[in-house]
Design a protein around this ligand. Structure first.
Ligand code: ZN
Length: 232
């Protein structure tokens, strides 16, 4: 066996591990990354988006924002800021209807106007989308894809818009998620904003780093989508 390949060096005292100077110091302060969890924030942009962006910047973490097109046209500064900070932006319809409950031609207008608004104010064409309420039928899924957008649901929804306390939301997410999961959050929720710094540090303590959403060829049961969280 090639002893060099094993990271061992033969010395007078026997085999000792070869470690680059400083390598252990890095390992001691930063836990090994064992997986990725995608944090997604729905229903912006709004002033709450700005709060979330500040927290993410402080934590040096990135997330995915599913923006409503009507909000992008009025609060475009937050949409632009999110894109400039390197976050992913997705299409969450124009006025947040149940896309499966309205005529398909109206759903097409919802998605098309939002693609145009996000592209105009962020310079990027969205490739991810999220149907409001997670509601989609086959026609709606096909419609998303006609716009080059993959509809993405989630593995875990802590129901952060149901009036729960910050600590309960954070603990629920940390207890539920594993590598590859997508988590549904809302950027306008005060309790979500409050728990976010601790959620990110809690994930990292478990070896889970906030990741981006990758579209996959295979259906991901946990995320109920052809998508999973991976490294940025
Ligand atoms: Zn929504």
């Amino acid at each position: 066996m090639d002893r060099q390949a094993m990271g061992l060096t033969l010395t007078a005292n026997g085999f000792v591990p070869t470690v680059r100077p400083g390598a252990l110091a890095v390992a001691a302060t930063r836990p090994v990354i064992r997986g990725y969890v995608a944090l997604t924030f729905d229903d912006g942009p709004s002033a709450g988006t700005g709060v979330v962006l500040n927290i993410l910047a402080e934590a040096q973490a990135r997330a995915t924002f599913f923006f409503v097109g009507g909000g992008v046209e009025t609060d475009w500064r937050y949409a632009s800021r999110a894109a400039l900070a390197g976050h992913a932006i997705g299409n969450h319809s124009y006025s947040h209807p149940d896309l499966a409950a309205i005529p398909l031609k109206d759903a097409a207008v919802e998605l098309g106007r939002t693609q145009a608004a996000i592209t105009r104010y962020t310079g990027a064409v969205p490739m991810l989308g999220r149907p409001p309420f997670g509601s989609a039928n086959e026609d709606v899924v096909r419609l998303f894809r006609e716009y080059g957008v993959e509809p993405v649901l989630w593995a875990y929804n802590p129901e952060d818009n149901a009036g729960q306390a910050a600590a309960a939301i954070g603990a629920a997410v940390l207890g539920a998620v594993r590598d590859g999961d997508i988590v549904l959050l809302h950027c306008a929720q005060r309790e979500t904003q409050r728990m976010l710094p601790e959620l990110i540090s809690g994930l990292r303590a478990r070896g889970l780093e906030p990741g981006r959403i990758e579209i996959t060829g295979e259906y991901q049961e946990r995320n109920h989508s052809y998508a999973r969280a991976v490294a940025w």
